[in-house]
Design a protein around this ligand. Structure first.
Ligand SMILES: [Fe+2]
Length: 261
């Protein structure tokens, strides 16, 4: 019988982005899988050696007017999706078998985050193949070196991780993606716009999974979800939550205004 946690760890340890996505897409879970915690989960997921990490202000400018600027934007999205794959499998490896996720919940927790991780892998592959059509691949440009900071600052508590990863960062994705789709269309890049539409629809589901588990954990911890979310954000997230918020998509994901306004 396979240890599902070990298989999630193998995804985190795979440095090649395409192989990482493939491993994620091929992974299966059913309730006969074993869930045995692993002793050491790496602080950082594996990355190819040639990837150049730089400070956020030093990445290529993403100007809409030029093909080059839009490619830089697509490359940045590939980087976000790659990190999102690792965040989903890190969520399972780190938190599925530890309190406050009860043994009764572990299977459902694994199923939910596996689905998220596989959709993130699909997003990465979609963007990668679009880049390939345009003679580019992930790693050709420098990437935002602090993308994993939110994971590093929430390694000790599932409530903190759920608040920051899906409910701050992915919810932020819901705010910024519709204007991006609009600008891609205005620039005549219909193919990129269509991929962003797929990503956008599925990210609503990812935020919803985050909200679902955050609320469950809050019940166990006997705390009020909205105020606990706010205290996790002020404790673990350095920036402020930035409006304008996409209230419609956030509500669809079960994230009412009281969480963020
Ligand atoms: Fe995604």
């Amino acid at each position: 019988m396979s240890n599902f946690i070990q298989e999630c760890l193998a995804i985190l340890q795979q440095p090649d982005p395409a192989l990482k996505a493939k491993l994620a897409l091929n992974l299966r879970y059913n309730r006969t899988c074993e869930l045995v915690p692993v002793a050491i989960i790496p602080n950082h997921p594996a990355r190819p050696k040639h990837i150049k990490d730089v400070q956020p202000g030093k990445v290529s400018k993403r100007k809409w007017g030029s093909e080059e600027g839009r490619l830089a934007l697509l490359h940045a999205i590939a980087h976000i999706e790659l990190n999102a794959i690792d965040l989903a499998f890190d969520m399972i490896a780190r938190f599925s078998c530890t309190s406050p996720i009860s043994p009764d919940w572990s299977s459902e927790f694994c199923e939910d985050w596996l689905r998220v991780g596989q959709e993130e892998a699909k997003h990465f592959m979609l963007i990668s193949s679009l880049l390939a059509e345009r003679n580019m691949k992930y790693g050709d440009l420098a990437v935002h070196g602090s993308m994993w900071d939110a994971a590093t600052s929430t390694m000790d508590r599932v409530d903190a991780r759920l608040a920051i990863a899906p409910m701050v960062l992915e919810a932020r994705g819901l705010d910024v993606t519709p204007p991006m789709i609009k600008k891609m269309k205005q620039a005549g890049d219909i193919k990129a716009a269509h991929i962003l539409e797929i990503i956008y629809e599925e990210e609503i589901g990812h935020v919803a999974v985050g909200v679902k588990w955050f609320e469950r954990v809050c019940k166990v911890l006997e705390v009020q979800p909205k105020s606990h979310f706010k205290s996790m954000v002020s404790e673990r997230f350095t920036a402020a939550l930035k409006p304008p918020f996409n209230t419609e998509a956030r509500s669809k994901a079960g994230m009412q205004r009281g969480f963020y306004s």
